[in-house]
Design a protein around this ligand. Structure first.
Ligand SMILES: *Cc1c(COP(=O)(O)O)cnc(C)c1O
Length: 472
């Protein structure tokens, strides 16, 4: 079969058998889909042999590029031993070795955080992030964090703590618990009758402040508002869940400096567990290994997924403190066990990929090399910010959101009907760049391994696509 007829056949079969995520399938039916067959470095190749720059790291996961030799080899080597055995009642080397590496990284957060300022070393150990609970995606990492936090207070006999505090514009995944703590109306509102009770704090979205304030004269009034909720309801609140520094799917909303630290202080003050969802921000995305490092914050529970395997395989980790872990200890008959587990939890191939991923960070000095690229991106995007239909450009490291507006002065948004975000992304595709918008926000999230030359191309195509879609 020739390539053209194979392509046509796959297209037909896709439309006949597949239901794509976050996709209006009626519109999909009219599209000519890009069928990806290969990848290399920062690029994806389609079935016709055309190469595209992967501008969103295959939805926020690729770290060191596609077909990275060390990760390929680690998986192949593991396949020759075993691909999967369970962590329920058994254990295996890749899960153990990776857990140690993750804990060492997580504990760097503490060394830099307030916690160690307390002279009591026993207290330090208790507050130390030192237990890894595996699962297989970001949503499950979050579900585990929520259930763990709830059960912690139940075991401690504090039965009134039954609800959570989360943020407007938050995204923590698509399962029902994760949706309960979500705050994106267009995705989440329809499910509201199914969701558990959650208090909502304002989003630190300075460009469109929901409290009508202006940064910095506001003195981060949104923190005050959060504090008020805590003061009033702390007896009911199990924990606060937050995407540290950047609210990703909500539109790449970067919180102002000091905000996250303020949140940590409030949680400690009101005896509320702090859950940091670093599913998107973790593994170098914001320029540091974890976003919490920017403000020297150490959470009580840390959720990791997306980049953990370098973007190769599904794996997640929920990491918690000795203090929380200890409360679950007892005899079997005490029923203090954390009764939770997913079939592919801690899969061997995925753990092997994750170990290789972390070793590359060290060997290649990935984070150090990234800093120059972050600056280069910032400079390149400063011109884009001046376009007449670009309202705001937000960047933290390699997480970028370019918010398009119909009217720059009034900040009027494009309506859903106009699909301006998508129009820009389709233009970019024609020019050889794959990106995906979040409503009116154009997202750029290149692999950390991208070269300066490729970055230049990313910036240039994005700028052209925005101009052509918004100005013609
Ligand atoms: C993507 C994401 C999730 C969900 O991860 P999945 O693997 O898609 O379930 C959770 N939290 C944040 C912050 C995310 O960006």
């Amino acid at each position: 079969m020739g390539i053209q007829s194979l392509k046509k056949q796959l297209e037909r079969q896709d439309k006949k058998y597949l239901w794509h995520p976050f996709t209006q399938m009626r519109e999909w039916a009219e599209e000519t889909p890009i069928i990806i067959t290969e990848g290399h470095g920062s690029f994806l190749k389609d079935i016709s042999g055309r190469w595209y720059l992967d501008g969103v790291s295959s939805v926020w996961v690729t770290v060191h590029g596609h077909r990275k030799k060390e990760i390929d080899d680690a998986i192949k080597e593991q396949i020759d031993k075993i691909s999967h055995s369970t962590l329920l009642g058994l254990t295996h080397p890749p899960a153990i070795k990776l857990a140690e590496k993750l804990i060492k990284l997580a504990q760097k957060l503490e060394v830099r955080s307030e916690k160690l300022k307390t002279p009591n070393s026993k207290l330090q150990t208790l507050n130390s992030l030192n237990k890894v609970f595996y699962s297989d995606n970001g949503s499950t990492a979050v579900e585990i964090a929520l259930k763990m936090a709830f059960q912690y207070w139940q075991h401690r006999g504090i039965k009134s703590k039954k609800s959570f505090l989360s943020l407007n514009n938050a995204y923590h995944g698509d399962t029902i618990g994760a949706v309960s703590v979500g705050g994106i109306n267009i995705f989440h509102k329809i499910f509201s009758p199914l969701l558990f009770k959650t208090y909502k704090a304002p989003s630190p979205y300075c460009y469109r402040c929901e409290l009508g304030k202006k940064y910095p004269s506001c003195n981060m009034f949104c923190l005050n508002a959060m504090g008020k909720i805590m003061q009033k309801h702390h007896k009911e609140i199990v924990g606060l869940i937050i995407e540290p520094i950047v609210q990703g799917a909500g539109g790449m909303i970067v919180s102002p400096p000091g905000y996250l630290k303020g949140v940590r202080k409030l949680c400690s003050k009101y005896n509320i567990l702090m859950i940091a969802d670093e599913v998107a921000t973790g593994f170098g995305r914001t320029g540091k290994m974890f976003a919490c490092e920017h403000e020297k914050v150490s959470p009580d529970i840390l959720c990791l997924a997306k980049g953990i395997t370098g973007g190769y395989l599904p794996l997640a980790a929920t990491i918690t403190t000795e203090r929380i872990y200890n409360v679950f200890l007892g005899r079997y008959r005490d029923l203090k066990t954390f009764f939770h587990g997913h079939t592919y939890t801690g899969n061997q191939l995925a753990c092997a990929a994750a170990i290789a991923n972390l070793e590359i960070f060290k060997k290649e000095n990935t984070l150090k090399k990234l800093q120059k690229k972050i600056e280069f991106l910032k400079k390149g995007l400063s011109k884009t910010a001046e376009f007449s239909h670009v309202g705001d450009v937000r960047q933290k490291g390699f997480m970028i959101g370019i918010e398009l507006v119909k009217d720059k002065k009034t900040k009027e948004s494009y309506s859903l009907k106009e699909k301006m975000g998508w129009k820009v992304c389709y233009k970019a595709r024609e020019k050889g760049l794959i990106i995906r918008p979040l409503g009116n926000v154009i997202v750029l999230m290149p692999p950390l391994s991208i070269s300066q030359q490729e970055l230049r191309r990313l910036i240039q195509i994005t700028a052209e696509a925005i101009r052509e879609a918004t100005e013609h």
